[in-house]
Design a protein around this ligand. Structure first.
Ligand SMILES: [Zn+2]
Length: 310
């Protein structure tokens, strides 16, 4: 129900600004604020020269448990569009929006129309417990087909706000989707013939979509997003899993100390490789203009190495 209200609110805000309000606004760039890095990369590619896109999460900040600051409400007041992944990925986004009373601001739920997979299923099977939140796995951008849908949704939102540049948004979105489709082909062929198909991730459950799409078995140390460190028993289970599957690589997640991954790797004589879900990037990566496709290319390289693919 809250989701429906949210969507309606977003649409009303978009409609409300389309006529007279729009005419009053100086013909400069759309001011766009996004929650997470994948949206940042998509929005800046789609907006091109007609939008200024900024990331709400400070570089390096954790995405799921982020707490918006008072200054963020102010930033939203000064913006035309706010884009988020969905109510289960950034539960803080809705409460942030509630604090904003702006006729100008439109909200785009980029995850609209994308069915959520069950979260942490593999891990639940492995230790006999049911994990995951009711909303399902919110890391939808890690399936390139979903990412294509998100790009289309964002481009539609841009066009509703700034119809004069619709052709440009459409073309930019087309190009981005083509890049995603190319990544999909590269993943499919790159992961077709591998020594192992089990990915052991010493991070939170984020790659369920990717694993499903390319037929991999995915095990994560933290089955749902806000989980704390695994206890001794879970740790022993993971060590046992690594040994029994004969996987020679442990993957660690972005932007956190790979302490758990490090311990697991040492304990089992495995190598450590990064598998970034791209929720956010570091200040240095942001400054050098890293893109989502670049991160996903690097992930593919590491998957191919760790799984011994030909
Ligand atoms: Zn996550």
């Amino acid at each position: 129900m809250r989701l429906v209200a949210m969507l309606l609110w977003g649409m009303l805000a978009l409609v409300g600004c389309s006529s007279r309000e729009e005419a009053k606004r100086p013909p400069d760039k759309l001011q766009v604020i996004v929650t997470l890095f994948p949206l940042y990369d998509m929005a800046r590619a789609i907006g091109g020269e007609h939008a200024t896109v900024s990331l709400l999460l400070p570089p390096g900040a954790e995405a799921h448990s982020f707490e918006p600051r008072p200054g963020d409400i102010l930033r939203l007041h000064q913006s035309d569009l706010f884009i988020y992944t969905g109510p289960f990925m950034e539960p803080w986004a809705e409460s942030l929006l509630k604090g904003v009373d702006s006729k100008r601001l439109g909200a785009i739920n980029a995850g609209i129309g994308i069915p959520l997979l069950k979260q942490g299923k593999e891990q639940a099977d492995a230790d006999g417990h049911e994990h995951g939140h009711g909303g399902g796995d919110p890391h939808i951008w890690l399936d390139f087909r979903n990412a294509e849908t998100m790009v289309t949704t964002i481009a539609t939102g841009f066009t509703a706000k700034d119809p004069a540049h619709a052709a440009s948004f459409r073309l930019n979105a087309q190009r981005y989707r083509a890049r995603l489709a190319e990544l999909d082909r590269r993943y499919r062929s790159g992961l077709a013939d591998c020594g192992s198909r089990t990915v052991i991730h010493a991070g939170h459950f984020a790659f369920g979509y990717l694993a499903k799409r390319y037929g991999l078995r995915y095990l994560s140390a933290f089955p749902s997003s806000g989980d704390s460190e695994p206890n001794a028993r879970q740790m022993a289970t993971m060590v046992e899993l690594v040994r029994s599957t004969g996987v020679g690589a442990i993957y660690y997640e972005e932007l956190v100390s790979p302490r758990l991954a490090d311990t697991l790797a040492k304990e089992t004589g495995s190598r450590l490789l990064l598998l970034s879900a791209a929720h956010n990037v570091s200040r240095e990566e942001l400054a050098r203009g890293i893109t989502l496709p670049e991160i996903m290319e690097h992930n593919l390289e590491n998957l191919r190495q760790g799984l011994k693919c030909r």
